[in-house]
Design a protein around this ligand. Structure first.
Ligand code: NAD
Ligand code: DAU
Length: 360
């Protein structure tokens, strides 16, 4: 167990954007479970295909009076102002984004709107709060640094070189946050994190996609030669890093977050196949690895990401707690156990649920 740090900031009304997505919902659960946060959380989410209120059913039930949901688009500046005033917002943790690289290649427009214009609106609304506002934490990605060769690690001073519309839009949002700190003195921090995995991840991303396809006996698509490398971090460790930065990080600083777990994509796919052969063998008894299919590479596919999180470790004492092997096993178990969640995602039932509850 990590030792508790004394919070430097006491946020009373924390606005979390994108809280119905993968990392946002894990973060809200993390804050409500422990970690010395006793204020209110106001979750602002547009509920795109990636936003699933089912991710927070337990939190909605267990924390009335502390957890609030507002269905809103961060591109709607007037609505943001209304929400900031209604809840007397004093801090923001900003997750909301279009997050999937492949989608940004097919249709970049919504990435520009949400990731850049949406972030701009939030910064303006936070700035308008003046002295009442304590902190804007911006959740960003290691993809802004571009691609590494065989050697080296991304550091906070690595030049930005985004290669996809997704990473370019995130880079733009990082620069806006930095500029609002430098020019207007808006209290802000930024984290740039590597690939997350764990419960509640939408099955368009590599790990949940492979788990669910393998269980369904479908092909396991591997882009190119499968030797691209990502640095994987269990989502709970990311939540802990964000909270560590929000409560003890220096204002105006950027912190890299990573898992010390560089792995080739093909190795991950094979590891998932081995776990499933053991705990959920295919009906035809064939090894799951026979489903692996190499397909056309992603355009502009970054070869290698690897993070130096030394600053976060040295200055704030954070390091990841979960090993990739145990984290992956936990993740596969979670997807096997969450039959209703998986079924609703696959059949789109949660989309009807949203229509019923929110009218659109
Ligand atoms: P996600 O796609 O699972 O969730 C995004 C959430 O944002 C959804 O709930 C969606 O409904 C909401 N949203 C989208 N557009 C919105 C809008 N215009 N207004 C309000 N809400 C909107 O994403 P995720 O994987 O949880 O990522 C969260 C954040 O973390 C993103 O900013 C992403 O860039 C960053 N990040 C992700 C990873 C990763 O591996 N997933 C790694 C590093 C950084
Ligand atoms: O590095 C952080 C980033 O990680 C986040 O900023 C993004 O929001 C998040 O989506 C993730 O981006 P990636 O593109 O790395 O994640 P994805 O799961 O899409 O792909 C992981 C690797 O697996 C990548 O090299 C592409 C490959 N891949 C992916 C899919 C979906 C495949 O080989 N086959 C697939 O079907």
């Amino acid at each position: 167990m990590r030792t508790k740090r004394k919070s430097r900031q006491e946020f009373k009304n924390l606005l979390v954007t994108g809280g119905c997505g993968f990392i946002g919902s894990n973060f809200i659960r993390y804050l409500m479970a422990n970690n010395g946060f006793s204020g209110r959380i106001i979750n602002v989410d547009k509920l795109t295909y990636a936003g699933n209120p089912e991710n927070l059913e337990d939190i909605t039930r267990d924390f009335p009076g502390r957890y609030y949901f507002e269905k809103a688009d961060i591109c709607d500046a007037a609505k943001l102002t209304e929400i900031f005033l209604k809840y007397d917002i004093d801090a923001v943790c900003h997750f909301a984004a279009e997050s999937h690289v492949d989608r940004s290649i097919k249709d970049p427009g919504s990435f520009i709107q949400t990731n850049i214009i949406g972030t701009f609106n939030l910064l303006e609304t936070a700035k308008a709060r003046g002295d009442k506002f304590q902190l804007f934490h911006h959740v960003s990605t290691d993809e802004v640094y571009g691609s590494l060769g065989a050697e080296g690690l991304f550091r906070e001073d690595t030049p930005y070189q985004p290669n996809s519309p997704y990473s370019a839009s995130k880079a733009a949002s990082d620069h806006l946050v930095r500029a609002y700190f430098k020019t207007f003195g808006l209290p802000a921090t930024i984290s740039n994190c590597s690939n997350n995995y764990g419960p509640y991840q939408f099955p368009e991303k590599l790990i949940p996609l492979v788990i669910l396809n393998a269980l369904a006996g479908k092909q396991l698509p591997v882009y190119g030669d499968g030797k691209n490398i990502r640095d994987w971090l269990y989502v709970e460790d990311h939540c802990d890093a964000i909270w560590t930065i929000m409560t003890t990080g220096n204002i105006g600083e950027t912190y890299n977050v990573g898992g010390n777990a560089e792995i080739e994509n093909i190795t991950i796919v094979q590891m998932i196949c081995v776990i499933l052969d053991e705990i959920s063998p295919a009906l035809n008894k064939k090894p799951h690895r026979e489903l692996i299919t190499f397909i056309k590479d992603r355009p502009g596919h970054d070869r290698r990401y690897a993070i130096d999180f030394g600053k976060l470790h040295r200055e704030l004492g954070w390091s990841p707690q979960e090993s990739f092997k145990s984290g992956l096993q936990r993740t596969v178990n979670w997807y096997l156990q969450q039959k209703k969640w998986v079924e609703n995602i696959k059949t789109g039932a949660y989309l009807s649920w949203m229509k019923e509850h929110y009218g659109s």
